[in-house]
Write a new protein. Structure first.
Length: 97
């Protein structure tokens, strides 16, 4: 029993460390994902499109870093993993199904 509790504690500590690194590393990197996605388009890009991407990626919030971290941990605990820039929309379902 003691071995299992020790392993469970180590697992919890490792999970917390991985989630913490996953939260802080992207915030320490220069740039943002909305600008990276907009760089793929050649020519002028509508500023409203950039604003929509910033909202979708959660870049426009004015919360403190600690508040964002607590929200992130809560979202991970409830299975809300955010928006992927590679997500594809679901195909429409045929009528009558």
């Amino acid at each position: 029993m003691r071995f299992a509790l020790r392993r469970l504690g180590f697992f919890a500590l490792t999970l917390w460390a991985a989630l913490t690194l996953n939260f802080f590393l992207p915030r320490l990197m220069p740039g943002n994902p909305a600008l990276a996605m907009m760089a793929k388009f050649r020519g002028p890009v509508n500023p409203q499109a950039y604003k929509a991407l910033a909202v979708a990626f959660g870049l426009n919030n004015h919360q403190s870093l600690l508040s964002q971290y607590v929200t992130y941990l809560g979202d991970v605990a409830t299975g809300k993993f955010g928006t992927s820039k590679y997500a594809r929309p679901n195909p429409p379902t045929p009528p009558g199904t």
